[in-house]
Design a protein around this ligand. Sequence first.
Ligand SMILES: [Zn+2]
Length: 213
Amino acid sequence: MLFRWIDHVLSLLLPDRCVGCGQLGALLCAACRRRLVAYDGEPPRVADQLTGVRVAYVFDGPLRQAIHQLKYRSRQRMARPLGALLADHLRTHPLPCDALVPVPLHPHRLAERGFNQAELLAREVAGVTGLPIIVGPLVRIRVTRQQALLDTTGRIENVAGAFVWRGPPPPARVVLVDDVLTTGATVNACALALRAGGARDVYALALARSRRT
Ligand SMILES: [Zn+2]
């Protein structure tokens, strides 16, 4: 916690430095943004609750470092350039969408981290695109094990029934927003809850996905 606080204070005092190359002036400089590799095609799907899945970039290089800083070093300001990348992707690859819904964290994990990185990204996308964002009704009701430790079948079982929709019906067309997509088991479980709540089309939009998984 102390480390996190010191890190936060330092990040306010020091000038922005690119996470990819160290150059001063931006958290993710234009040259490093140009180095990002677009994720081609639709990732393989684990299940059938999603209308479509979209990934902006390959989880590698400066993007991997930037997401790591956002999630594990609590560098929340990193959400701004990353959210801008995601908004840019949505602008050039539009999805039919009435509202954005970030993948929620369980309240325990939210308390631990202090923020939900998917929500920060979705807020940036909403700010740029003007799309509404819905936070609250989609709830993570179970603490799940870390997906990274499990195989595909384990991941599906791990998150099955982990989400519920508690609130007035969602709009017909929802785009779920997450930072990193792996097998898609988590967004699929979210989509199941959204459909149970009344959504018709549920898309998943992630900033990055590894090519190796
Ligand atoms: Zn750079």
